[in-house]
Design a binder for this molecule. Structure first.
Ligand code: THU
Length: 134
């Protein structure tokens, strides 16, 4: 992925983060993903007064893309202030759709250069994968 595209993903995630519904944690998160064909989908965290129903920004971006017919993804960016890493549940959801060598970027919202990048393989080694037998 070129630096320019990474910057674009960052900008799109920042824009989505502005839509965050996070009145309980006051922690706004934005996410963006690039499909293999070059489209971008975004999401923000959507919280609920019943805390267990809070939805992470990454999962919103992924479910938006899948529900629009896209499921081959190349890279993902998550933006928060301070910088946050994808939670365990999000790693499993990312693992459902992204290749092992997909790049997952975490950025500080206020500083593009404050970032860390992993491959999915590094973020969630030996993840659960469902295989049917018989
Ligand atoms: N959150 C995300 O949106 N993505 C993550 O990977 C970590 C956590 C959200 C969930 C909740 O709305 C808030 O951040 C605080 O946990």
């Amino acid at each position: 992925m070129s630096k320019l595209t990474t910057r674009h993903l960052f900008d799109m995630a920042c824009e989505a983060r502005r839509m965050s519904h996070s009145p309980y944690s006051h922690f706004a998160v934005g996410a963006s993903l690039a499909t293999q064909c070059g489209r971008v989908f975004t999401g923000c965290n959507v919280e609920n007064g019943a805390y267990g129903l809070c939805i992470c920004a990454e999962q919103v971006a992924i479910t938006k893309a899948v529900s629009e017919g896209y499921r081959e993804f190349a890279s993902l960016a998550v933006v928060a202030e301070p910088r946050a890493t994808p939670c365990g549940a999000c790693r499993q959801v990312i693992g459902e759709f992204f290749p092992e060598d997909a790049l997952i970027h975490a950025f500080a919202a206020e500083d593009f250069s404050n970032q860390i990048t992993w491959t999915l393989r590094d973020l969630l080694p030996d993840r659960f994968q469902f295989h049917e037998h018989g």
